[in-house]
Ligand binder design. Structure first.
Ligand SMILES: Cc1ncc(C[n+]2csc(CCOP(=O)(O)OP(=O)(O)O)c2C)c(N)n1
Ligand SMILES: [Mg+2]
Length: 694
C-alpha cells in the first residue's frame, strides 16, 4: 500500500467513526454528535497505532486502558468497539457474532437493551473500562488505574517478566478540565509521577452554553506543567501524524504523566454547525448530516455505512498488535508461573476477586470491657490483621490516617510513593473526591482498595462513591467520626444526614458496628463482598466492648440486625433499636427496665441493607409485628427509621445540625443518653401496652 493509499484508508476509517456517530444520534434523535466528529482522528490515532488491546479478550489484565472521560461522546467509543470487532465478554453477548457492540446495538443507541447506552456503562458494554458521564470522573478514575499499574508492576514484575506494563489513556474535554475533581486528580498523579498515564484533552473550546471564552480562559497547559506533568500540544486534531508524535513522546517518558492538548473543532465537517454549541448535545438534523457526509466524501443517503476495507484496516493494526501483545503476555505468564508459582497464584486470586485461604486467620476476639475502645481503633486493628494476609488489600486516607486509624503498621507495608511503588499505605492528600475515584480505578484493575475520611466529608466525594456503587466495585470505605459525638469540632464536622444518604445509594452496604466485636464481624462481611462497595461507619469515641456471654454473639452482624439482648421468655413488650454508638445506651436502658420487671429487647442494627436481604421469617423474628412499642436511637437524621418503628413508634434522632462542645455534652443536649431512651420506652409502653404475644 502506498503512503497515499494508506492516508486515504486512515481518513476513510476516521470518517466512518464520524458518520457512525452522526447516524447513531440521528436515529435515536438524542445524543451528542459534535465531539465524536471532532475527536474521531485523535481516538483513531490512539487506537490504531498505540493501544494494546486484544479484541478477543477485553479483560486481559495487562491491556492498555482507554477511558472515555467525555462520556457524552459515547457514540465515538461504540463506533471504535464495533469497527475493531471487540468480542463481548461471556454472558454479555447479544446477537450475531458475539460482538461487544454489533450493528443492531449502534442502530438502537440510547434505547432500552442496547449496548450503546447514553453514557458508557462498565459491566454492561464490554470494553467500557469505567462508567463515565459525570465530567471529571473518568480522568480521576484513570489515575487509580495508573496507580494500580505501578503497584502491580512493582509487586509482581520480575527480571525478564514484565507482566504489568500497560498504559492508561483518558480522553477528556473542556468540561473535564473545568471540574475540580480533575484538578485534584492531576495534582495527585503529578506528585506520584505516574509515567504510564496519558490524558488527551480534546480542546474544542465549546461547551453547552457556547464558547469557553465565556467561562474558561485559564492556561490549562501551564496548570498541568505546574503539577509536574509533561504537556504537549497538537495544533490540529486532523493531523494524526502530529498526534502520533505526541503519543510517541508520551511513550518515551516514564517519570511523569503526560497531557496532550489536541486542538479540535466540534462537529468538524458539519456545514453549519461546526464550532457551535448546537452540535454538542442534539442530532445534527437530516440536512446537516447529509452535508457532513458529502463533505467526507460519503454517500449522503446512506446510514450506518462501513466502507470496504475499514474493518480490515482496524483488524490489521489495532487487532494484530493487540492479539500479538496478549499472546506474548500469555507465554510470559506461563513461564512466570513455573518460576514464581506463589506470585502467579496471587495474581489469579486477585483477578477473580477471591481471598487467600488464611485471610481471616488473625481476626481478634475482644474481651468485655466497660471502658472499651472506639470502633475506629478496633477497625484499625482488624484492618491490619487482615491486610497482613491479603497482599493486594491497600489504601489510605485523605490526610486523616492518624484519625481514621487506617494506616497499615506492619513492617512490610510501606508507603506508595514514586520511589516505592510497591507500598501499600496511600497518602491521597486532602483530595477526598480524587481519592474515591482513584480507589475505583484501583478496584477496576483488580486491587482491593480502602479509602478513608470523616463521614461528613463523604459529601465531597459522593460523585465517585455513587459511580463505584453503580459499577458494583468492591471498594471499602472507612468513614470515622460518625456522629455528633465527635464533639468539639462542631456542626461543620458532625455528620447528620450522611448516613441516610449513603443508605439511599442502591447497592451500597453500610455497616455501623456497635462495639469492637461487631467491628470484627463487619470486616468479615466486607471482605467477602465481591460485587458491591461497603461503608464502615465508625466512632471517634470509645464504646464499651459488650460481654458476649451475657448478650448475643456478634456474628449476627452478617444478617444486618440481630437480637442482642432479650426478655427472658423471648416475648418482649418493647423493642429498642439502634446502630453503632447508640446500642450501648439501649443496653443500659434495657438493664434498668429489666430491674423494674419490664421485658425489653435490644436489636442491634448495624446494616439496614443486609437486614433487608434476610428472609421475611428472620425479619419477623427480630422485629415481631406483635410488638408495637418501639424506640429507635441513632445520632443521625431520622429519615428511614419509621420503617422499623412504625408510625407510632418513637425515633430518637437528630433534627438539626449539631453543636460545638465536648462529645458527651453534645450527646446529652440532643437526647442521646440512657435517660432519654428509658423515658421514650416508658412512653411507648404506656401507649401500646404489653406486647401482643399470645
Ligand atoms: C459533573 C457534570 N456536570 C454537568 C454535566 C452536563 N454536561 C454534559 S456535557 C457538558 C459540557 C461539556 O463540555 P465539553 O467537555 O467541552 O464537551 P463538548 O461540548 O466539547 O462535547 C455538560 C455541562 C455533566 N455531564 N457532568
Ligand atoms: Mg468542548
Amino acid at each position: 500500500m502506498t503512503a497515499h493509499e494508506l492516508q486515504d484508508l486512515d481518513l476513510r476509517c476516521i470518517n466512518t467513526l464520524r458518520t457512525l456517530a452522526i447516524d447513531q444520534v440521528q436515529k435515536a434523535n438524542s445524543g451528542h454528535p459534535g465531539t465524536p466528529m471532532g475527536a474521531a482522528p485523535t481516538a483513531y490515532c490512539l487506537w490504531q497505532r498505540f493501544l494494546r488491546f486484544d479484541p478477543q479478550d477485553a479483560a486481559w489484565p495487562d491491556r492498555d486502558r482507554f477511558v472515555l472521560s467525555v462520556g457524552h461522546a459515547s457514540a465515538l467509543l461504540y463506533g471504535l468497539l464495533h469497527l475493531c470487532g471487540v468480542k463481548a465478554d461471556t454472558g454479555l453477548a447479544t446477537n450475531g457474532g458475539g460482538l461487544a457492540v454489533d450493528m443492531a446495538d449502534l442502530q438502537s443507541f440510547r434505547q432500552g437493551g442496547s449496548r450503546c447506552t447514553g453514557h458508557p456503562e462498565h459491566g454492561w458494554t464490554t470494553g467500557v473500562e469505567t462508567t463515565t458521564g459525570p465530567l471529571g470522573q473518568g480522568v480521576a478514575t484513570s489515575v487509580g488505574m495508573a496507580i494500580a499499574q505501578a503497584w502491580l508492576a512493582a509487586t509482581y514484575n520480575r527480571p525478564g517478566f514484565p507482566l504489568f506494563q500497560h498504559r492508561v489513556f483518558a480522553l477528556a474535554g473542556d468540561g473535564d478540565m473545568m471540574e475540580g475533581l480533575s484538578a485534584e486528580a492531576a495534582s495527585l498523579a503529578g506528585h506520584l509521577q505516574l509515567g504510564r498515564l496519558c490524558w488527551i484533552y480534546d480542546c474544542n473550546r465549546i461547551s453547552i452554553e457556547g464558547s469557553t471564552a465565556l467561562t474558561f480562559t485559564e492556561n490549562v497547559g501551564a496548570r498541568f506543567a505546574a503539577c509536574g506533568w509533561q504537556v504537549l500540544q497538537v495544533a490540529d486534531a486532523n493531523d494524526i501524524e502530529a498526534t502520533a508524535l505526541a503519543l510517541k513522546t508520551f511513550e518515551a517518558t516514564d517519570d511523569r504523566p503526560t497531557l496532550v492538548i489536541v486542538h479540535s473543532h466540534i462537529a468538524w465537517g458539519a456545514p453549519h454547525k461546526q464550532d457551535s454549541a448546537a452540535a454538542h448535545g442534539e442530532p445534527l438534523g437530516v440536512e446537516e448530516a447529509r452535508g457532513a457526509k458529502e463533505f467526507y466524501g460519503f454517500d449522503p443517503d446512506a446510514s450506518f455505512a462501513v466502507p470496504d476495507g475499514v474493518r480490515e484496516h482496524f483488524s490489521a493494526q489495532f487487532g494484530l498488535r493487540g492479539t500479538a501483545a496478549h499472546e506474548a503476555w500469555r507465554a510470559r505468564l506461563a513461564a512466570y508461573r513455573m518460576q514464581y508459582p506463589d506470585l502467579a497464584a496471587q495474581i489469579d486470586q486477585m483477578q477473580r476477586r477471591e481471598l487467600p485461604d488464611d485471610w481471616d486467620a488473625a481476626l481478634p476476639v475482644l474481651e468485655p470491657d466497660a471502658k472499651g475502645l472506639a470502633t475506629r481503633d478496633a477497625a484499625g486493628r482488624v484492618l491490619n490483621a487482615i491486610a497482613a494476609h491479603v497482599p493486594w488489600l491497600l489504601g489510605g486516607a485523605a490526610d486523616l490516617a492518624p484519625s481514621t486509624k487506617t494506616a497499615l503498621t506492619f513492617d512490610f507495608a510501606g508507603a506508595f510513593e514514586p520511589a516505592s511503588p510497591a507500598g501499600r499505605n496511600f497518602h491521597f492528600g486532602i483530595r477526598e473526591h480524587a481519592m474515591c475515584a482513584a480507589a475505583s480505578g484501583m478496584a477496576l484493575s483488580g486491587l482491593r482498595p480502602f479509602a478513608a475520611s470523616f463521614l461528613v466529608f463523604t459529601d465531597y466525594a459522593r460523585g465517585a462513591i455513587r459511580l463505584a456503587t453503580m459499577m458494583g466495585l468492591p471498594v471499602i470505605y472507612v468513614w470515622t467520626h460518625d456522629s455528633i459525638a465527635m464533639g468539639e469540632d462542631g456542626p461543620t464536622h458532625q455528620p447528620v444526614e450522611q448516613l441516610a444518604s449513603m443508605r439511599a445509594m442502591p447497592g451500597m452496604v453500610l455497616l455501623r458496628p456497635a462495639d469492637a466485636n461487631e467491628v470484627v464481624e463487619a470486616w468479615r462481611v466486607v471482605m467477602q463482598l465481591r460485587d458491591r462497595p461497603a461503608s464502615l461507619v465508625l466512632s471517634r469515641q470509645a464504646l464499651p466492648t459488650l460481654d458476649r456471654a451475657r448478650y448475643a454473639c456478634a456474628k449476627g452482624v452478617a444478617r444486618g440486625a440481630y437480637v442482642l439482648a432479650d426478655a427472658d421468655d423471648g416475648r418482649p413488650d418493647v423493642l429498642l433499636l439502634a446502630s453503632g454508638s447508640e446500642v450501648a445506651l439501649c443496653i443500659t436502658a434495657y438493664e434498668q427496665l429489666k430491674l423494674e420487671g419490664v421485658k425489653a429487647r435490644v436489636v442491634s442494627m448495624p446494616s439496614w441493607d443486609l437486614f433487608e436481604r434476610q428472609d421475611e421469617s428472620y425479619r419477623e423474628q427480630v422485629l415481631p409485628d406483635a410488638v408495637q412499642a418501639r424506640v429507635s436511637v441513632e445520632a443521625a437524621s431520622a429519615v428511614g427509621w419509621d420503617r422499623y418503628v412504625g408510625r407510632h413508634g418513637e425515633i430518637i434522632a437528630m433534627r438539626s445540625f449539631g453543636l460545638s462542645a465536648p462529645g458527651k455534652v453534645v450527646q446529652a443536649r440532643f437526647g442521646f443518653d440512657a435517660a432519654h431512651v428509658l423515658a421514650a420506652a416508658r412512653r411507648q409502653l404506656a401507649r401500646h401496652g404489653a406486647g401482643g404475644f399470645a
